[in-house]
Design a binder for this molecule. Structure first.
Ligand SMILES: N[C@@H](CCC(=O)N[C@@H](CS)C(=O)NCC(=O)O)C(=O)O
Length: 207
């Protein structure tokens, strides 16, 4: 398998899953800062020009959440995805919650503070996005009461996606009022096969 990645991005979710599975993979760095994601050979893999991309034989898969689900299904004995229908439904619920309710405000903040050219940035949307994030984080904070993992009592791919997304929130000081989410994220990143946190990954590309 080949993972097209760039250290501080959503590709962390996929690297985390591969590392926890102990699956062999070839990492291929696509430097977003250098614009390598706009090269024709990369656009052939992902016409959206985004990371991560997983290539497994003739399968070319984009979308970080789809990739982690594929990997968890590919190695069922590792138990990173529940088999029971209702637990699986909960897993999908929290993956979608991460990708929509938590990640989208963070993405708006990133776009309007650094990614868009200055003339296109809307400072008011940063304020709104911060407001949108907090009640959704409060839902997860409440859910995590007395829990170690988001679904059931063993680790699943939802935990990798959520922990990465919470680290992203932490980078923009949005976890301050959520002690359970802080503790959950730190507990997840203390796992032996956890990837670098975003700050360390950023430092690694600037080194
Ligand atoms: N929904 C996609 C989002 C992918 C995405 O936006 N990746 C960013 C890095 S985190 C990217 O490649 N951005 C390059 C660009 O938008 O030009 C996923 O979860 O895989």
């Amino acid at each position: 398998m080949k993972l097209y990645e760039f250290a501080p991005t959503r590709s962390i979710r996929v690297r985390w899953t591969l590392q926890e599975l102990g699956a062999a993979f070839e990492p291929v760095t696509v430097n977003l800062i250098a614009g390598e994601h706009r090269r024709p050979e990369f656009l052939e893999l992902n016409p959206a020009g985004k990371l991560p991309v997983l290539v497994d034989g003739d399968l070319v898969l984009t979308e970080s959440v789809a990739i982690v689900l594929y990997l968890a299904d590919k190695y069922p004995k590792k138990g990173l995805i529940p088999t029971a229908l209702k637990q699986r439904a909960q897993l999908h619920r929290w993956l979608l919650f991460a990708a929509t309710e938590l990640e989208q405000p963070l993405w708006r903040i990133a776009r309007h503070t650094t990614l868009y050219p200055e003339a296109k940035r809307l400072p008011d949307d940063v304020v709104l996005a911060r407001e949108d994030f907090k009640p959704m984080a409060a839902v997860l904070e409440e859910h995590m009461t007395g829990r170690q993992f988001a679904v059931g009592d063993t680790v699943t791919v939802a935990d990798f996606v959520l922990a990465y997304t919470l680290d992203w929130a932490n980078e923009v000081q949005l976890l301050d009022g959520f002690p359970r989410l802080q503790a959950y994220m730190e507990h997840m990143y203390a796992r032996p096969h956890a990837p670098l946190r975003i700050a360390a990954a950023l430092a690694s590309i600037n080194a």
